[in-house]
Design a protein around this ligand. Structure first.
Ligand code: SAM
Length: 283
């Protein structure tokens, strides 16, 4: 990386400089020559190169136009890469599929794996978009350590929240390893960690209606409306939060809690995703 390059903190530009950690991430992802890999935020292409050596092909996006010449030059010897100067938040995913099709991707059969050192300021949006996207089967991503802890948190802990429940709904998640801040340039303020999320089969079924999106599913909408209502005032008793936020009669809620065997004094962080599904079904 040229010394005169002005890193943009606002774009989360902290580049991983340790080759061994880059390889550890690719090892942890388990990708092989059959895998279609999507990288969000390619930066200087250091991780991209490791992914290209192991995967079938990589489609990499990078928002910063200034990095394009460097990325292209660093990856010029790889025939199995497509680099796009795009903003993930404005991305039409059909474009990504189209690019993978050049390498034999079949929409009705194949899936895409994400391996990335994420731009941290948009971690939630990226997780939300990718977990709900049926073409994406797995994610191995570096995030802020405290976000990784929230993703894998257990009920009854302070880290357990909407992010945890959303990840638990779609996937099995695993905390892989910590990467301390001195492994990045420029050095960020916080440590990072790599997590892996493997989505449940039912959320990657592309054999049926490809126009269907989980965001349109009434049960899904109701479930997350319930969860968000519960966590709106996480220090209060769940029954009170739900009653206030959903305008429900407390006596009705009390009966539902009894039916499900839930203590009336529980708080939002005491229920698992399965408990929330049962609760939402009865509301
Ligand atoms: N892949 C490199 C690495 O592992 O060192 C860089 C990772 S760095 C943490 C995140 C990268 O995401 C930066 O290069 C940044 O410019 C890029 N980025 C930030 N916002 C983005 C967005 N909305 N869409 C695509 N890329 C983005």
């Amino acid at each position: 990386m040229k010394r005169k390059f002005k890193y943009k903190h606002s774009l989360g530009q902290n580049f991983l400089i340790d080759e061994f950690i880059l390889e550890d991430i690719v090892d942890a992802s388990g990708i092989n020559k059959n895998d279609y890999v999507f990288e969000i935020g390619a930066g200087n292409g250091a991780l991209t190169r490791c992914l290209l050596n192991r995967g079938k092909c990589v489609v990499a996006i990078e928002i910063d136009k200034r990095l394009m010449p460097l990325l292209k030059s660093n990856l010029k010897n790889y025939p199995n890469v497509i680099i796009l100067n795009n903003d993930f938040l404005k991305l039409n995913f059909d474009l990504i599929i189209e690019k993978f099709e050049k390498f034999g991707f079949d929409k009705r059969k194949n899936h895409i794996k994400i391996v990335s050192n994420l731009p941290y300021y948009i971690t939630s949006q990226i997780l939300n978009e990718t977990l709900t996207n049926p073409y994406i089967s797995e994610l191995t991503v570096m995030v802020q350590k405290e976000v990784a802890e929230r993703i894998v948190a257990k009920p009854n802990t302070k880290d357990f929240g909407i992010l945890t429940l959303s990840c638990n709904y779609f996937s099995i998640s695993e905390f892989l390893f910590i990467v301390t801040k001195n492994n990045f340039y420029p050095t960020p303020k916080v440590d990072s960690a790599v997590v892996k999320l493997v989505k449940y089969k039912k959320f990657i079924d592309v054999s049926n209606d490809l126009n269907f999106h989980i965001n349109d599913d009434e049960n899904y909408k109701k479930l997350f409306k319930t969860i968000k209502a519960g966590f709106l005032q996480r220090r209060k008793k769940l029954i009170n939060s739900l009653s206030n936020a959903l305008s429900k009669d407390k006596r009705d809620l009390s009966l539902i809690f009894q039916k499900l065997g839930f203590d009336e004094n529980i708080r939002a962080e005491n229920l698992s995703i399965l408990d929330y599904e049962k609760l939402s079904n009865l509301l």
